[in-house]
Design a protein around this ligand. Sequence first.
Ligand code: HEC
Length: 122
Amino acid sequence: MTSRLQSSAGASARALALLCLLGCESPWDSATCADEGTDLTYESFGRGFIGAYCQSCHASNAKDRRGAPTGISFDTHEDVVEWIDRIYDRSAGENVSMPPGPDDPPEAERQKLEEWLACGAP
Ligand code: HEC
């Protein structure tokens, strides 16, 4: 059951992304990794950021997802890489629609998220 829900959420997100190829601009399309790359890694940054700001709703063991879609969980490094474009568009840098608030990450943390994701979330 869970896996069916998960794949249908993934499928509709992909359908949306496909539709957007025809018209919408996504911030992810212009994400750029600096020539020197990034020192940030999942271990040193990503795990902590996602744990602090996303997993209360987006984890498969979240007690109360507060409406976060069932298939969209960021349990592991692989999950984050799978959703990299959507996480970027919703949370990195000046993109502030996730988390829905009020416990938003500080701006400096969003900038680190932007840098880390733009370099492929190593
Ligand atoms: C308080 C609960 C909550 C927290 C914390 C939260 N989200 Fe969400 N998330 C939601 C809800 C509700 C939706 C569905 C409505 C929507 O898309 O706005 C959602 C949907 C999403 C989606 C799928 C829709 C899309 O745009 O592709 C992504 C990706 C996402 N959130 C990323 C994040 C990230 C990244 C974080 C952490 C920085 C985060 N969320 C933190 C509740 C939460």
